[in-house]
Design a binder for this molecule. Sequence first.
Ligand SMILES: [Fe+2]
Length: 463
Amino acid sequence: MADWVIVVDDDTSNLKMAGHILSRANMRVTALKSGQALLNYVKENGYPDLVLLDINMPEMDGFETLTKFRENADPDNETPVIFLTADENEESETKGLSLGAVDFIKKPFVPEVLTIRVRHIIDLNHLQKNLAKEVKKKTEENEKQFTRFVQSLANAIDAKDRYTSGHSQRVANYAVMIAERMGKDDDYLQVIYYAGLLHDVGKIRIPEGVINKPGKLTDDEFDSIRIHSVSGFHILRDIHNDERIAYGAKYHHERYDGTGYPNGLEGDNIPEIARIIAVADAYDAMASERSYRKVLPQAVIREEISNGKGSQFDPAIADIMLQIIDEDPSYEHRQQEAKTHSVLVVDDDKIVLRDVKRVLKDFEGLNVFDAVNTQEALNILSAESVDLILLDLIMPEKDGFEFFGDIRKEYDMPVILMTGDRSIETIEKINELHIDDYLTKPLNEAITCETVHGILHRKDSGV
Ligand SMILES: [Fe+2]
């Protein structure tokens, strides 16, 4: 499409001249006789690729026109403006440039100079816009990737503790809710989201036996739990250039009255991000299941948070949490019941079907369907909602690869291939077809469970 230039000048002969020169250079030209006409015109017809604007005009001069033109325009999509001037005046050049004009062109026009300058500035402006778009796209992609990485890490931390599934994600969500009510900007919300997800990352250093110990902890064991805040700080220092994320981990067990750990900081000396996470963390600990108890009733949590004001919690932040509780009459903000899943196992060998069912029988909340051939499998798929398919590779009527193709035409649930064939060709084909994973026969119980768990967990968390 031809580039579009608006020329604004009270002198008709100048308008004609500019129109003539630029049209010859294959540009589309609109000629207007006053600043006000320009302002009205762009409101109706949108913004051109460039504006040529006369400085000396009656009523509204070029400077005033440019100021008003910029006020109404989209700051991310600025139209370049070149001033037209009859005299060499340093003062007016300075004024024009400081108002955001990109160049000056002297009248009367030299056709080549006018064409080249206009073309050059339009091209440069297009290039800049494309570059800005590209940078924005890349930044968004990077942020998304970092978020996925942080969520995966948070899931890995939570998986260490049998009873804290989803804890980090919920703490992150509650922390964001609190920060929003404190009027924090988007940048802060992003940082506190990451800090919430990663506040317990130091648990990686605690032995699983201690984390999941059902009875009372010894002093040494309790110490090893306490170091998670410091370990987390050192792990997170290099993960992001915003140090508040690392502070969230280090100070989330400090108490407002100065009796917390690791440093016994008091009141506002505790970084704000950690004071918010402390409230979100305590709330979720009570609003989710533990090895020794169910989710606590909402009224009990309200009481605890209220009692902790000024001792455990920053009172202003605790008040916001109380407000969130009071606005949640149906108690939505708590650990939801574990989701149940359905798995379909397809294998022509009934012994394999029996073995898989035995392996998965202790898997909590898992429904297992089985099918001895592809037709049976299709019947189940059309009647039931299936979250995952375990599919045999070698079957009499159709091999697993071909049947996988049939499934993908209609369904998008993950598929695990089961095969006795460990050849590199088969493994390459599995990767090529983007089959989610594979298990080798004879199936190993622990590996089968971990694979099924990993894939279902990933599906649930949307990572
Ligand atoms: Fe913690």
